[in-house]
Design a protein around this ligand. Sequence first.
Ligand code: HEC
Length: 129
Amino acid sequence: MSKPIHSAYCLVFTLLLAGCGGDDEKAPLEGDATGATCGNSTLTYDNFGRNFFTTYCRRCHSADAPDRHGAPGSVNFDTVEQIRANSARIDELAALGPDAENEAMPPSGITPTDPQRDDLGRWLACGAP
Ligand code: HEC
C-alpha cells in the first residue's frame, strides 16, 4: 500500500534535485588572465599551495570528495602536478592580479581573501614551485 507512494515521492525529489543542481552549474565560468608575475615570491606548495587548495578547493575538486557539487571529474587538485596542469584556468577563475580580479571559484562556501588570491596568482606565475 505505501510502496507506490514512496516511489512517487522519490521520483519527484530526484527530478527536483536534478533540476536545481543543473541550473546552478550551467552558469558560464568567466575570467581573464590576471597578468600576475612571480617577482621575488617565496611561496611554495609546502608553505602555501597545499593549504590553499585544501581549504578552498578540494572539498569539490578531489578524488576523495564525498560530494563534488558538480565539479568536473577530471579537475582534481590533490597533487601539485594536477594544479600545474590546470594553472592557466585556475588563474582565470580564482586569482587576483594587475589585469583581473577573478572570483568564479570557489562557487560557494568559504572563500579566499584578496591577499590570498593575490598570492595564488603570484605562486602560479612562478610555476607553482
Ligand atoms: C563547492 C564546490 C567547488 C569548490 C569549493 C571549488 N569548485 Fe571549481 N568547480 C566547481 C564546479 C561545479 C565546476 C564546474 C563549473 C562549470 O563548468 O560551470 C568547477 C570547475 C572548475 C574548473 C574548471 C573550469 C573550466 O571551465 O575549465 C577549475 C579550473 C576550477 N573549478 C578551479 C577551482 C579552484 C581553483 C577552486 C578553489 C579556489 C575551486 N575550483 C573550488 C565546484 C567547486
